[in-house]
Design a protein around this ligand. Structure first.
Ligand code: ZN
Length: 685
């Protein structure tokens, strides 16, 4: 009967526009939140349970409804022994909306626990033209003593399986031992007997903090969670009685909340897509760019071409850097980064006077005089045991140490350590006129169970992520907002949708060569926009079209060559290739990424962008050690009746064809020798 009432009520509501809005029906306590693309319906039932009623894709008609015998609620949180979920009755205390930037709406629903031990505020957000619901919970402790939030579920979604079979899709992140494969995409068909598919995400975890699910009819959901510490996420299908269930929990959570204090869960989001994994990725990326991610420094000139001093490892000095800066500026490098080795020691963040007799600021000034930005390495979670900070404060270390270049690890959620580090970051920026911070280290979220620190000893994962790393970075960024940050962490092992909020790019390989670079981009550009797939090109790659082609698609292209050792011909070739990168980066940055053929040592691979705003496509085709001098490339996403001009970076051929001709018959890409590449440009005519 209740469902009939809801359906009747739904039919009399005017169709929603594309603008975000929330409609509250006080007679039924029903909220309908949406924007003309997504519509999510929630209800505080007459018996006091807060329920998810339906999530609909208004463009495709796809529906996600709770299983009839399995009510579901976005409220999933535990404090002490009190569980707040679908079986906990509440009273509606208040409800109101706020507009949020950019172009969004936030609905607050304030619920009072019937036992008056807690107040739970459900926070729901929608944004114009995004098929995504973003949400969080705020818990308020109404008891007279401290409470400990010890369990949350950031993906509190259970839906009827509609008798379908499902596939789940994840992407590995970079890991120290390359096992499992760095940025390898993983598709798994769900076992209807309930075996969960797991995502182990966060700093030092195995996978990116993202998950997509779809059925055989291309009805799909994607989800991300905005937390940099370790999270275990699962999705499973229980074929009888018939539901799919997500779960995502912050590991080892034990967050103290004082009386009348609040705890807000990390935000997460659930999005709709209809199509393949490329479409899931594209919808995620557009949402990330529109709502979450720190904006690119300048969309026209980002991602940058940069140079990094690691060609010399820590054997750097003023003269070496200045001579490389001359060549870097001449080939078109925009950002010049001084990597590890500039300081007296890790944690002693003053320049080494033996290496920089005129001060590091002299190098910075020289780099600026050449028209480049100046970047600096900062391993903020580490300090050498002999450094003054640890000599004076030996207890500032975390219990777990990662041994980063002989340093000890610091506990950033210990307030005195945090305060010192914030002051160091601000001073470094000011003293050396820094435009760019290369944040590095081994695992940015440390384990620390010390009872002598200001955090709860049993809340390390949450505390070192939110009150540690995030608090330090956001304080420095608030004080010096014009400095852009890069997430490095060796090779990119904190690939989360919280990371994108503070950093403008993230490394996805560790100078591991051409093939690894392409594999990193191939995997990382499912969840993340191309600008978050930064690659370091080592000098050992050599300088030929195979090497440079391996860096043409994706986020910052970081040269790690000793530029002063290049021949004039090599310098000329590099300058020309940097020009090619710059000519196509803006179009790729906003495009949908099509993953055509994955890279392999003995294969040919292809990755393509299609930018609907310009109606242009760009594809990088690379032949590794494979047979066959040619490859038929069939582009995707073109407008069938549109005429396109097709031209290549290397092959002089030019074609004029329609989108449908190109998509059906393809174009031949000439790859005459192993280890070669070409770029296909398909331009709106
Ligand atoms: Zn600690």
């Amino acid at each position: 009967m209740r469902n009939a009432v809801i359906l009747l009520w739904m039919t009399v509501v005017a169709p929603l526009s594309f603008g975000a809005q929330s409609i509250f029906d006080p007679s039924q306590n029903i909220w309908t939140i949406g924007n003309g693309w997504i519509r999510a319906v929630f209800q505080l039932s007459p018996d006091g349970y807060f329920l998810t009623r339906q999530i609909s894709d208004l463009q495709s008609g796809d529906q996600w409804t709770p299983s009839p015998n399995r009510p579901t609620s976005p409220v999933r949180l535990q404090a002490g022994t009190d569980v707040f979920d679908v079986q906990r009755p509440f009273l509606l205390l208040d409800q109101y909306t706020q507009t949020v930037n950019p172009s969004g709406l936030r609905q607050y629903i304030v619920l009072q626990d019937l036992n008056s031990v807690a107040q739970i505020t459900v926070i729901l957000e929608v944004y114009d033209n995004q098929p995504v619901l973003r949400y969080s919970l705020r818990y308020r402790n109404l008891t007279a003593s401290p409470a400990y939030v010890n369990w949350i579920n950031m993906l509190p979604w259970t839906f009827d399986d509609a008798g379908q079979s499902y596939a789940a899709f994840r992407v590995n992140q970079w890991s120290v031992d390359s096992t499992p494969g760095d940025f390898e995409p993983l598709q798994t068909v769900l076992d209807p007997s309930g075996t969960p598919v797991e995502v182990d995400s966060g700093a030092g975890g195995q996978q990116c903090g993202w998950l997509a699910l779809r059925d055989a009819n291309m009805r799909g959901l994607f989800a991300g969670w905005e937390f940099d510490g370790r999270v275990k996420t699962t999705v499973r299908q229980v074929g009888s009685p018939g539901y799919v269930q997500f779960s995502s929990t912050v590991l080892d959570l034990n967050h103290p909340v004082p009386p009348v204090g609040d705890f807000q869960t990390p935000y997460a989001f659930l999005g709709l897509f209809h199509g393949d994994w490329d479409e899931a990725g594209y919808r995620t990326q557009r949402f990330s760019e529109a709502v979450l991610a720190k904006p690119a420094p300048d969309p026209k000139t980002f991602p940058y071409v940069s140079w990094d001093s690691w060609a010399y490892e820590d054997q750097i000095d003023e003269q070496t850097l200045m001579r490389n800066a001359d060549v870097a500026a001449s080939v078109g490098v925009e950002l010049f980064i001084v990597d590890l080795g500039w300081a007296r020691a890790i944690g002693d963040w003053y320049e080494d006077p033996a290496k920089f007799p005129d001060g590091l600021s002299a190098v910075s000034a020289y780099v600026h005089s050449l028209g480049m930005k100046f970047g600096l390495h900062f391993a903020l979670t580490e300090a050498d045991p002999a450094s003054p900070v640890l000599q004076a404060n030996p207890d500032w270390t975390s219990t777990e140490s990662d041994g980063y270049f002989g340093a000890s690890s610091l506990c950033l959620s210990n307030q005195p350590t945090r305060d010192w580090l914030i002051q160091q970051g601000i001073r470094i920026i000011d003293q050396y006129n820094v435009d760019w911070i290369l944040q590095d280290g081994q695992n940015m979220v440390k384990q620390c169970t010390k009872t002598t620190h200001t955090h709860d000893p049993n809340d390390s994962n949450y505390a070192n992520a939110v009150d540690g790393l995030n608090a330090v970075v956001s304080a420095i960024q608030a004080a010096r907002p014009n400095v852009n940050w890069e997430n490095c962490e060796n090779g990119g092992s904190m690939m989360t949708f919280n990371m994108v909020k503070s950093y403008v790019t993230s490394i996805t390989n560790d100078a591991s060569g051409s093939l690894a670079s392409r594999q990193a981009v191939y995997g990382a550009t499912y969840p993340f926009p191309p600008r978050f797939a930064e690659r370091y090109m080592p000098g050992s790659d050599g300088l030929d079209l195979y090497a440079t082609g391996s860096y043409m698609f994706g986020g910052n292209w970081v040269l790690m060559n000793s530029l002063v050792d290049l021949t004039p011909d090599q310098v000329g070739f590099l300058a020309q290739q940097i020009g090619v990168y710059k000519s196509q980066r803006a179009d790729i940055a906003e495009a949908k990424v099509y993953h055509i053929l994955p890279p392999a040592a003995d294969g040919t691979d292809a990755i393509q962008s299609y930018n609907p705003a310009t109606d242009n496509a760009t594809a990088v085709i690379t032949r590794a050690n494979s047979d066959g001098p040619g490859y038929i490339f069939r582009p995707q996403g073109l407008v069938p009746d549109q005429q396109y001009v097709v031209w290549f970076a290397n092959d002089p051929s030019i074609y004029l064809q329609t989108g449908s001709q190109l998509m059906q018959s393809g174009v031949r890409v000439q790859l005459p020798t192993p280890y070669s590449s070409d770029i296909v440009h398909i331009q709106h005519q």
